[in-house]
Design a protein around this ligand. Structure first.
Ligand SMILES: Cc1cc2nc3c(=O)[nH]c(=O)nc-3n(C[C@H](O)[C@H](O)[C@H](O)COP(=O)(O)OP(=O)(O)OC[C@H]3O[C@@H](n4cnc5c(N)ncnc54)[C@H](O)[C@@H]3O)c2cc1C
Length: 402
C-alpha cells in the first residue's frame, strides 16, 4: 500500500494517549508526563528479509464480472491495486454471487492470494465443491508480501477511467469487508488487530509533490466506521518536537490471517492443487464448469488484460518486536509493528512511486533508506533508540516513568 498523509489523518475526537497525571505529596496535580514509547529496533541486526511485490493496478478499478468461454463461465476478481487485503471480503461476496448464479455446484478458483482464499472460502461455505488451483500457495504469494493495513482506497483506480457507479460499488466492498475484518479481532492467532498509529512530521516539512495521475481517494466516504485520529499537542506526543497525529489503525497479521483462511477453507471441504497455467486454454481445460479468476497481476498475460499496471513495492522486515506494537509514518517511510514482524516500507512522495515497474528484485539502497529514516526519527525525537528489547515489565515501567 501507499499511505498518504490524508489516509492517515482522521478527524474529530481525540484518541487519548496522554500520560498519567501525578499528584505531589502536597496534593498538587502535576502536568501529565510525556507518553513514552519503546523504540523500534530498525537496524541490520534486526533485519530478517527484504521482499518485493507488484500491486495489480487497473485504472478502471478491479475487474469483477462474468464472461462466457464456450461452455465455461469465468468470473474475474482481480486488479485490486494496493487495496486487496482491505477489500477482499466484499469483492469475494460479489464474485460468489456471480459464480453461483448459473446453478453449477463445482467451482475452480485460480489463485491462493487473498482474493482466491476469501472467494474460495465464501464459495465452499455455500455448500459448493471448490478446488483452488495455484502455482504459489498462500505464504508464497504476493499477498503475503503486503504491508497489512486497512487501506481500501490505495491505488484503486484513476478518476476519469473508473465508471460512474464505481464509488458506490467501492463503498459497498469497503463497508462489508471492514465488518468482517473487525469480526476477526480477538480470534485465535489474532489475524486482525487495532494498534496505535502515529503520523509524524518535522514541523517545517512542506507537503510533497502531488501525483501526476489522478488516483482516486475515496477513504473519507467510510471514515465514519473507523476509529478517529487527532492531532497531539507537543506535551502529548511521544515524538518530541514533531507534528504528530495519532489514532488506532486496523492491522492484518498477514501470516496468521492467510493461515486461518486456508485452514477454514480446507476444514469446510475445499481442496488445493498446485498447478501452473501457461495460457488461457490450459485454464479453460479444467473440468469445473465455473472458473473464478483470482490471479492478481498474473491475469495480465493469461487473460490478455493490457490495462493491468504493475506498481512495485518493497518491504524490509524486522524481527517481531512485541514491546513496540504501533505503526509510525515519517518522512515517506511507513513502519508497522505486526505480530509476524515489523514491516518497513518507503512509500515515495505520492502514489506515482513504483508505477509501471515490474521488476521484483531487491533495491538495497531503499532498505538502507528506510533503516536510516527510522533511526533519524528516534534520534531526533529523543527516544532512546539503542536500548535492547525491554522485557514487558521494563516496558511497563517505561510507560509509567515520569
Ligand atoms: C508492497 C505492497 C504493500 C501492500 N499493502 C497492502 C495493505 O497494507 N493493505 C491492502 O489492503 N493491500 C495491500 N497491498 C495490495 C495487496 O497485496 C494486493 O492487492 C493483493 O495481494 C492482490 O491479491 P491477489 O490474490 O489478487 O493476487 P496474488 O496475491 O498475486 O495472488 C495471485 C495468485 O494467482 C496465482 N497465479 C497467478 N498466475 C498463475 C498462473 N499462470 N498459474 C497458476 N497460478 C497463477 C498465484 O500463484 C497466486 O496464488 C499491497 C501490495 C504491495 C505490493
Amino acid at each position: 500500500m501507499n499511505v498518504s498523509r490524508r489516509a492517515l489523518i482522521g478527524s474529530g475526537a481525540a484518541f487519548a494517549l496522554a500520560g498519567c497525571a501525578r499528584t505531589s505529596p502536597l496534593g498538587l496535580t502535576a502536568l501529565p508526563a510525556r507518553p513514552r514509547l519503546a523504540p523500534l529496533h530498525a537496524d541490520t541486526g534486526h533485519l530478517t528479509k527484504v521482499t518485493v511485490c507488484l500491486r495489480p493496478f487497473r485504472p478502471a478499478g478491479p475487474r469483477l464480472e462474468a464472461e462466457r468461454y464456450g461452455d465455461k463461465t469465468v468470473v474475474h476478481n482481480y486488479g485490486h491495486g494496493g487495496s486487496g487485503w482491505s477489500l477482499s471480503w466484499g469483492c469475494a461476496e460479489d464474485a460468489v454471487a456471480l459464480a453461483r448464479s448459473g446453478g453449477a455446484s463445482e467451482f475452480a478458483v485460480i489463485g491462493a492470494g487473498v482474493m482466491g482464499l476469501t472467494t474460495a472460502l465464501r464459495l465452499v461455505e455455500t455448500g459448493a465443491q471448490v478446488t483452488i488451483y495455484a502455482d504459489q500457495f498462500p505464504s508464497e504469494t504476493r499477498s503475503a508480501r503486503a504491508t497489512g493495513v486497512w487501506s481500501p482506497s490505495s491505488r484503486i483506480g484513476l478518476a476519469g477511467q473508473a465508471d460512474e457507479g464505481f464509488s458506490q460499488r467501492w463503498e459497498s466492498w469497503a463497508r462489508r469487508s471492514y465488518a468482517i475484518h473487525r469480526s476477526m479481532v480477538g480470534v485465535i492467532g489474532d489475524p486482525v488487530e487495532f494498534i496505535p498509529g502515529y503520523d509524524v512530521a518535522d514541523p517545517d516539512r512542506a507537503p510533497g509533490p502531488r501525483a501526476s495521475r489522478p488516483f482516486l481517494h475515496l477513504g473519507r466516504t467510510v471514515r465514519d466506521m473507523e476509529p478517529r485520529w487527532s492531532r497531539l499537542g507537543e506535551e502529548a506526543t511521544p515524538f518530541q518536537g514533531k507534528r504528530t497525529s495519532s489514532g488506532l489503525s486496523m492491522v492484518f497479521n498477514v501470516a496468521s490471517y492467510a493461515d486461518r483462511l486456508t485452514r477454514l477453507f480446507l476444514l469446510r471441504g475445499g481442496k488445493m492443487v498446485r498447478r501452473s497455467f501457461p495460457d488461457r486454454s490450459a485454464v479453460l481445460a479444467l473440468s469445473e464448469p465455473v472458473i473464478v479468476n483470482c490471479m492478481g497481476y498474473g491475469a495480465k498475460s493469461i487473460w490478455g488484460d493490457a490495462s493491468l499496471v504493475p506498481v512495485r513495492g518493497q518491504i524490509s522486515w524486522l524481527v517481531p518486536q512485541p514491546d513496540a506494537r504501533y505503526s509510525v509514518f515519517y518522512d515517506d517511510v511507513f513502519a508497522v509493528s505486526r505480530r509476524d514482524g515489523v514491516v518497513l516500507q518507503y512509500t515515495g512522495p505520492n502514489d506515482d512511486y513504483g508505477y509501471g515497474i515490474d521488476q521484483e528484485t531487491v533495491d538495497s539502497a531503499e532498505t538502507e533508506r528506510v533503516l536510516e529514516t527510522m533511526q533519524r526519527l528516534y534520534r531526533s525525537a529523543q527516544i532512546a533508540a539503542h536500548q535492547h528489547f525491554p522485557t514487558r515489565a521494563a516496558a511497563a515501567n517505561l510507560a509509567s516513568a515520569p
